[in-house]
Design a protein around this ligand. Structure first.
Ligand code: KG4
Ligand code: ZN
Length: 364
């Protein structure tokens, strides 16, 4: 841990030589080091070990990430103990890479910020204990971070967004609609009653054995579905949109997953193939699932926009909808949300895909 042990000297009666040595050893970044606070962010809530160094104006000074996707694809899902071990194996290297890229000495950090919830307990524990050790070693303040708040506020790194705005967070572990009224001031409008949309896509992709598809073998379930859906018929089979009678902004994706499973079983019988082989209609199934999911997400978001406008919680014109989380990197979902925001005089803002999925920058 060479870089993590480096500390800058402080002199009581500095001689010229000592001042010279001190300045030479100092990692000087004009405009950042002396003027801005600098935070190291650490994220290990799920299956990405990520770290970043960001200054208070939002400049990303360095970042690093290790994704466990390939390993979990092989085991057919995230095994918490495996995720924990992979975080343990990688966290020190990733933090060191982010610090090296930033050329900031650990002693010059203003604080260390780490995801503390929500997420997989075993994964969160690795980031937390690593951070607390570092905090003790460097004597720096610790900032506990709520993973979903970080996703919701990421847009403020790339766009000038005023409060209040509406946020839609759709990922593998979470699904919610909230009104963001301030940095830590969220009004929850709706959430998934069962699984998150990314989890549903991952399960469908697994059931379709897309890992065996030559074009999708290294992709996450959601990305594989998006990729295949481009070649498929989105009206391949009928699925009722979930919760279509519910007069609220909640979501549900389990029904969609179960209906799709039944369809896959039926098709396997028709085509005379075993579970574990790729169906000839995999692209059509992917397109139908993606389309139904997007329609559901858009309908619930539409309700949230109407609700907020009716109660003057959002401006009547140019209200901002922020969509973030892994599933918000899906271009079909984004296009559907764009149609909604155009029709309701709102503006849709999405962080770039690499900031939509888990990363250290959003934590810092
Ligand atoms: O935000 P994220 O990296 O981690 C969580 O906090 O869950 O999201 C990961 C999820 C996975 O379920 C993955 O299948 C999904 O986001 N995902 C996508 C796409 N890329 C990743 N879903 C749909 N379309 C994509 N292009
Ligand atoms: Zn996330």
């Amino acid at each position: 841990m060479l870089i993590l042990n480096k500390t800058a000297g402080v002199f009581f009666k500095p001689s010229k030589r000592k001042v010279y040595e001190f300045l030479r050893s100092f990692n000087f970044h004009p405009g950042t080091l002396f003027l801005h606070k600098i935070v190291l962010g650490i994220e290990t809530s799920c299956d990405d070990t990520a770290a970043a160094v960001v200054d208070e104006t939002g400049n990303v000074l360095g970042e690093a990430i290790h994704s466990q996707t390939e390993v979990h694809l092989k085991t057919g899902g995230i095994v918490p103990a495996v995720a924990q071990q992979l975080h343990r194996d990688n966290i020190q290297r990733i933090v060191q890479e982010a610090l090296s890229a930033s050329r900031i000495s650990p002693s010059d950090l203003s604080a260390i910020a780490t995801t503390i919830k929500p997420g997989l307990a075993l994964s969160l524990g690795v980031g937390l204990s690593f951070s607390l050790q570092l905090v003790g070693q460097l004597k720096k303040p610790f900032i506990p971070i709520h993973h979903m708040e970080a996703h919701a506020l990421t847009i403020r790194l790339t766009n000038k967004v005023e409060f209040p705005f509406l946020v839609l967070l759709i990922s593998g572990g979470h699904c919610l609609l909230a009104l963001v009224q301030g940095v830590s001031d969220f009004l929850l409008l709706g959430k998934s009653l069962d699984i998150a949309p990314g989890d549903m896509l991952d399960k469908v992709a697994r059931r379709l054995s897309l890992i065996k598809h030559p074009e999708c073998s290294t992709m996450s379930g959601g990305k594989a579905i998006e990729h295949l859906a481009k070649q498929g018929n989105r009206f391949y089979f009928d699925i009722k949109p979930p919760l279509h009678r519910a007069k609220n902004c909640d979501f549900s994706f389990t029904g969609l997953q179960q209906v799709t499973n039944k369809r896959i079983m039926k098709k396997e019988k028709e085509e005379g193939i075993e579970e574990g082989q790729v169906l000839s209609s995999a692209a059509d199934i992917a397109a139908t699932v993606q389309h139904t999911m997007a329609c559901h997400i858009v309908k619930r978001t539409h309700r949230a926009i109407l609700f907020c406008k009716q109660r003057d919680l959002l401006p009547q014109n140019n209200a901002v909808l922020v969509a973030s989380g892994g599933v918000a990197s899906n271009f079909y979902v984004r296009r559907a949300l764009e149609i909604l925001t155009n029709a309701t005089q709102c503006t849709l803002l999405c962080p770039p895909p690499r900031l939509c999925t888990d990363n250290g920058i959003m934590i810092a």
